[in-house]
Design a protein around this ligand. Sequence first.
Ligand code: SF4
Length: 388
Amino acid sequence: MHDEELNDIDWKELNWWNELKNNINSIDKLKKYMNFRGDEEEKLREVVANHPMNIPRYYLSLIDQDNPDDPIKKLAFPNKEELTVSGSMGETTQDPYGDDKHNKGNGILHKYPYSALIVATDYCSMYCRHCFRKAIVGLPNDKTVENFQNALKYIKEHKEITNVIISGGDPMLIDTPKLKKMLNGLKEIKHVNYVRIGTRTPVVYPLRFFDDELMDYLKEFNKVKTLYIPTHFNHINEITEISKEAVLRIREAGITVNNQAVFLKGVNDSAEDIEELMNGLTSIGVNPYYLYQCMPVSRVRNHFQVPLSEGINIVDEAKTRLDGYAKRFKFIMGHDIGKIEIIGKVDDKLILKHIHSRPEKPKDASKIRVMELTKNAGWLDDMKEVTI
Ligand code: SF4
């Protein structure tokens, strides 16, 4: 019934800013789309008190309401499993990437010498249930530009920074005039070679890219500093006519789009899921870049993380069926000690290779690690390092 209402909407015609007001952001609004059983309503109220809910109507329209296992629903709807802080997959943390240690103030994270990440906003058009930055909240919108100016000052003073990632939250949810003001400052910093804007809007809110003022600006910006858009498609059902068109508009501005998926139980944990996703991405001009192992995030790990012993088989099997471009992605752990590629398995040993390391351990930057793989291990810290 409600699907029909949503299916009739021409998303491209809507004003993206006004449409945010129609987001499903309370349990009362969710009642229209979900039947609660027993004490579920009470439990979900507790869940959203910890991690708010925000679902755009567009993303809601992708859900098959009759399918209890719908993958899109799992990414968007709160689940009482989120009340389990750690659980059987092991310990969890609110800061799996060690962001706190690298926080230089003003919303800037400086972990590797060459890259600086600016947390530009805490707002997203959708709050994904598996988000690894669940705990990062903070910058009220009116402070965003002021903080950004301070972040620019930091970048100017640190000549070793050759690239900047604008992240969040979702920077594409900052209104266009404000975003322009922020990006203008980056144009003038000579030692910055390129800029990335990390955003999930092509997936969960593609109507954002039908704002001509934004697209014209990004096109001009890209002529001065090369711009990349890392995005976050997790499932083939997220690739729709309108998301495809949004990606095309980005590509028409000369911007490369790379995808960073997260490997999630019940969402994309089969070789077919990975195969369909990666083939879908290459067909719309998005480069498969990373497939992240789900991090040990509090209220996420227990129900979303796939054990590595299963995960490596699934990814390997998918890769046997994919062409060269579709299998270019790296299966990785974004660990506090650096980014680590999960290369493969030899008997009960897992072979890993660092892609980045902490600056104080430069030699680790391309180190190979061999780990003893146990049945339930889901993260580096669950395994013992061995020599071969
Ligand atoms: S859009 Fe990105 S930052 Fe925002 S909730 Fe989703 S995963 Fe987290």
